[in-house]
Design a protein around this ligand. Structure first.
Ligand SMILES: [Zn+2]
Length: 518
């Protein structure tokens, strides 16, 4: 297999689970298209301008066999000092050097003058000002991303979470527009975004509070488990923070595999070694990074389980349950689905679902039915009973459990459970289907990673300010990258699952004793 085929292997799985067209036909369709990307010279020296452009290219070049021709025009400026993954010196040269090892760099043209030729398929400008009607504009102001919307411009602003999130939405938008017209798998829909404002601070679709980052983010006692696609998003955004303070621990026993390169934003062809070591290299501006080449159980055996904040980027539910059972004070968890959506969840054990409540895959019995029960707020026995009888599930029962909205209750209730199951699965495809190889595409796994870093920053940086979601009243976020962000799904509440240990007073008291809560 050639290098570009190896790097594209997981992206091919994504394409096959999304589109019905043959993968090679999709490649031919995408690689023949031209995307012109311009960094507005007025913001060419700014952190936001450079970080958005770099991250956007970092996401698009990794599409490899599915990457369009990228014609980048940017001013001759120095690389911003916080873009530490790039060499210092002239920014255009630094970008060229970073991407040179990728086969798709053949279709990447970086220049200070625009291409003189016919109109490209798509124009994208990195600018706070929407430019032409036919171009897509992208910007970030602090925590807030803007697509095709006029944005405020603060030159001193350096928030890598906002910039990375904006770049991610833009990369997804490029992909969506380039696959427009290709036939999709049944039940999937691609919805282009005409205009978007998205705050990574409070998950509102409008700009609200937008506090500046402190000069050093407190990461003391933070443990990141899993440095795959999601963990890579976390590390890559963290590599451009103004500063870190305290001991950050990274736990993953996997070495880099070339098929990871489609989503490990900190790694490039030619890199070898363990993911935690490559991650530590990306964070080398901070001395206190403990890179542990261990599985999670080996890590707790060696270092105990007194961990204040655990960030979970693993894709295996048994590991998620083991992490919850180690009883950290707080867990932030990210997970992607096979159909371009992802969820972020927060777990403090006492409020709402714990991580074991929602990580039910590979529990020996009835994984699918357990998931359905969880989504409807029912217990497993009730679900099994109604599936067996085929009787319609009464709306009164759903209303009694109180986890669905009235709209969903009206829509789903009084139907046989098998029918409800089909609808719920089509709508929230974070399901339980097992895959031999994870489905992934660069911008899908990166976004939850960027947002998980945002959660850590919010948790640690703004004492005395009410905590914005994810918090004790909104513990779940769901976002589809082929669709559009929906406000109702950005701050949802998941209750504890019937039968989970976290409902038992003795377990709750253990947690309270461990973390000194009344
Ligand atoms: Zn639980």
């Amino acid at each position: 297999m050639s290098l570009d085929e190896t790097i594209s292997a997981r992206t091919t799985r994504f394409v096959e689970s999304t589109l019905t067209a043959d993968a090679t036909a999709v490649q031919a369709h995408l690689t023949s298209q031209r995307v012109a990307v311009t960094l507005d010279p007025a913001v060419g020296t700014t952190f936001a301008g450079q970080m958005i452009l770099f991250t956007l290219l970092n996401l698009l070049v990794r599409l490899e066999l599915y990457a369009p021709q990228l014609e980048v025009t940017l001013p001759e400026v120095e690389r911003h000092s916080l873009l530490r993954l790039l060499d210092s010196g002239p920014f255009p040269r630094a970008l060229e050097r970073f991407f040179a090892p990728f086969p798709a760099a053949r279709r990447l043209r970086i220049s200070t003058t625009p291409v003189e030729s016919d109109a490209p398929t798509l124009r994208l400008v990195v600018s706070p000002q929407p430019m032409a009607a036919d171009a897509l504009s992208v910007w970030a102001d602090g925590w807030v991303s803007y697509l095709n919307a006029e944005a405020p411009f603060r030159v001193e602003d350096a928030n890598s979470v906002g910039a990375c999130v904006a770049a991610d939405f833009a990369a997804a938008e490029v992909f969506k527009r380039l696959i427009a017209g290709l036939p999709l798998r049944p039940g999937l829909k691609v919805l282009p975004i005409d205009r978007l404002m998205f705050s990574a601070y409070d998950y509102q679709l409008s700009p609200g509070p937008n506090p500046p980052l402190p000069t050093a983010i407190d990461v003391d006692g933070v443990v990141v488990v899993g440095l795959g696609g999601i963990g890579a998003g976390f590390v890559t955004a963290a590599s451009a923070l103004p500063g870190l303070a305290g001991l950050l621990t990274l736990v993953d026993k996997d070495p880099l595999d070339q098929t990871n390169l489609n989503r490990l934003l900190y790694a490039r062809p030619g890199d070898t070694g363990f993911k935690v070591h490559l991650s530590r290299r990306a964070l080398s501006f901070h001395a206190e990074v403990d890179a542990r080449v261990e599985w999670f159980d080996e890590f707790t055996a060696a270092r105990g389980s007194q961990h204040d904040l655990v960030v979970v980027g693993v894709d295996k539910d048994p590991v998620r349950r083991a992490i919850q059972h180690s009883m950290p004070r707080l867990i932030f968890n990210g997970g992607t689905s096979d159909t371009a959506s992802f969820q972020l969840t927060r777990h403090d054990y006492l409020h709402g679902a714990c991580l074991a409540c929602i990580a039910t895959e590979e529990v020996d019995d009835y994984p699918v039915e357990r998931e359905l029960a969880r989504q409807l707020g029912l217990d497993l026995d009730t679900v099994l009973q109604y599936l067996k009888s085929g009787e319609p599930l009464p709306v009164t029962l759903l209303r009694e459990r109180g986890i669905l909205t009235e709209v969903d209750i009206e829509r789903l209730g009084d139907s046989p459970l098998a029918e409800i199951q089909a609808r719920v699965c089509a709508q929230l495809p974070l399901g339980t289907e097992k895959q031999k190889e994870a489905v992934s595409i660069s911008f899908l796994s990166a976004l939850p990673g960027f947002l998980l870093l945002g959660e850590v920053i919010k948790e640690r940086s703004y004492p005395g300010v009410p905590r914005t979601p994810l918090n004790e009243t909104a513990n779940h976020l769901l976002l589809s990258l082929l669709g559009r962000p929906s406000q109702a799904l950005l701050g949802d509440w998941w209750q504890k699952a019937p039968g989970c240990d976290c409902l038992r007073p003795a377990y709750q008291r253990n947690y309270q004793r461990k973390w000194g809560k009344a």
